[in-house]
Design a protein around this ligand. Structure first.
Ligand SMILES: NC(=O)c1ccc[n+]([C@@H]2O[C@H](COP(=O)([O-])OP(=O)(O)OC[C@H]3O[C@@H](n4cnc5c(N)ncnc54)[C@H](OP(=O)(O)O)[C@@H]3O)[C@@H](O)[C@H]2O)c1
Length: 220
């Protein structure tokens, strides 16, 4: 549940499904930011060891992970999303659900984004795209070469997007609201580009996105 601390900081309860690279990194970043975090995985033993490493609570099942959560992070391959959303059913209704999933090749960028497809699978949840433009290696280290990375966010539900923007900022990123969920098509394109550059050029998977220049309205 959402809590306001003495210093005015707001913390939320985060349920993370998936205990791989992203589950680990966002678990660590969320715990460091003071949020209450529960992690589940296909194998409860995996969730236990990652939760212990990052200082989160392990959950014995995906349903347990999201119980009482303000924000649910689907830190799984997109191929697993359909099974997980069908397993959780109405338990996701009304929840802020973060789709972090990426595609891996330009040919996969046709049609609706993964995030829009996730929203179709859970029409009563509030799906927000975030974190897909940030490699796992940077998700718990928001600065690269002294530059604060941006966390690009897209979603149709304004309140849900605000919650995710606060979460992104609490982890040390500058959040950039890119507009409606359909903008996830562009964000997933950014993911494909960074992935293919690192894969094809042998880079060490640490490059990240930063929008430079003024980001406030121009003065008349
Ligand atoms: N790696 C990155 O730098 C990065 C950055 C941004 C976004 N992403 C996206 O983030 C997602 C996760 O990437 P990753 O690198 O963390 O992958 P990963 O290391 O392979 O981890 C995926 C995790 O999902 C779990 N999982 C699969 N099916 C599940 C289910 N039904 N219930 C619960 N857990 C399940 C896996 O468990 P098992 O292994 O036991 O199946 C594993 O713990 C992907 O969609 C990826 O495109 C990745």
């Amino acid at each position: 549940m959402c809590r306001v601390l003495d210093d005015g900081e707001v913390t939320v309860q985060v349920g993370i499904i998936g205990a791989g690279n992203v589950g680990h990194a966002l678990g660590l970043a969320s715990v460091r930011a003071g949020h209450e975090v529960r992690i589940s995985a296909s194998q409860p033993s995996e969730a236990e060891s990652v939760a212990q490493e990052v200082g989160a609570q392990p959950a014995g099942s995906n349903a347990e992970s999201i119980q009482g959560a303000d924000v649910v992070i689907l830190a799984v391959p997109f191929e697993a999303v359909e099974e997980i959303t069908s397993e959780l059913g109405s338990a996701l209704n009304g929840k802020v659900v973060i789709d972090v999933t990426n595609r891996f090749a330009p040919e996969q960028l046709d049609g609706p984004s993964n995030a829009e497809r996730t929203q179709m699978l859970v029409p009563d949840a509030r799906v927000v795209k975030a974190f897909n433009t940030i490699f796992a290696a940077n998700q718990s280290e928001p600065s690269v070469d002294g530059v604060q990375l941006d966390g690009f966010v897209a979603g149709d539900d304004a309140a849900a997007k605000d919650t995710v923007i606060s979460l992104v900022e609490s982890m040390g990123f500058r959040a950039v609201d890119t507009g409606p969920l359909a903008m996830a098509r562009a964000l997933e394109g950014m993911g494909v580009l960074n992935i293919s550059l690192n894969a094809s050029k042998g880079w060490p998977w640490k490059s990240g996105w930063k929008l430079v220049g003024p980001t406030e309205p121009a003065q008349a």
